[in-house]
Design a protein around this ligand. Structure first.
Ligand code: GLN
Length: 209
């Protein structure tokens, strides 16, 4: 049975677990490095990225998480989680903050955060089908620069009139600036599970000659 871990240091991890259970997969809380073993995918939830990074450091999780993301294991970062898996971040506190990296993007930590703390929007995300999807943004980041090969799945109008990316994917990595676990729509979770299945199939396929 597919098992998905949800990093449970801080933030909205319980809601992700409930969504995963509704989709019939096993969901477990991850607080220790050894709890990453045997997982098929990992969700890094929303919350506060600086606090989450500090707790991860204290609990010896930074290197194991880095290894996880960089070795191509399926990972989904939502909101603060998206900040942590970005290769570069702007708008950080003095001295910066620990990032795990893995996704070649530049994220602005509080892109939507300073003007409005929280808002909801309808997003067009063709990868989920023609129906727009409701998204909850809470002091939300946005991606302002995208590296080669990163697929933008949804955008919102940005401050300079240019669209900014709020959902992205590259290989086994998914990133969303909003909180899909706070709505009733399971489509983002279903997409991630599909990515996990693809990674499992690739791992078990015979190597090409
Ligand atoms: N902007 C927040 C941060 O820096 C993220 C907010 C969220 O996860 N809802 O961590």
């Amino acid at each position: 049975m597919t098992t998905i871990g949800v990093l449970a240091l801080q933030g909205a991890f319980e809601e992700h677990i409930k969504m995963l259970e509704r989709l019939g997969v096993r969901a477990v809380e991850v607080r220790k490095p050894q709890e990453l073993e045997g997982l098929d995918g990992l969700i890094i939830p929303g919350g506060e990225s600086t606090s989450m990074a500090l707790i991860a450091e204290r609990w010896g999780l930074v290197e194991p998480l880095r290894r996880w993301v960089h070795s191509g294991r399926p990972t989904w970062g939502t909101c603060a989680g998206m900040i942590l898996i970005a290769d570069r971040a702007t708008g950080q506190k003095e001295g910066g903050q620990t990032l795990l990296g893995g996704l070649d993007v530049t994220v602005n930590r509080n892109y939507f955060g300073r003007q409005v703390n929280s808002f909801e929007a309808w997003l067009e995300a063709p990868i989920l089908g023609p129906e727009p999807i409701r998204a909850v943004f809470i002091r939300a980041p946005a991606v302002t620069e995208v590296g080669p090969g990163v697929e933008v799945l949804a955008t919102l109008p940005g401050k300079e009139g240019q669209p900014v990316a709020v959902a992205l994917r590259k290989g086994p990595i998914l990133a969303t600036a909003f909180h899909p676990e706070l709505t009733d729509d399971l489509r983002w979770h279903r997409l991630f599970l599909q990515m996990v299945t693809e990674a499992q199939e690739q791992a078990s396929a015979p190597a090409e000659r």
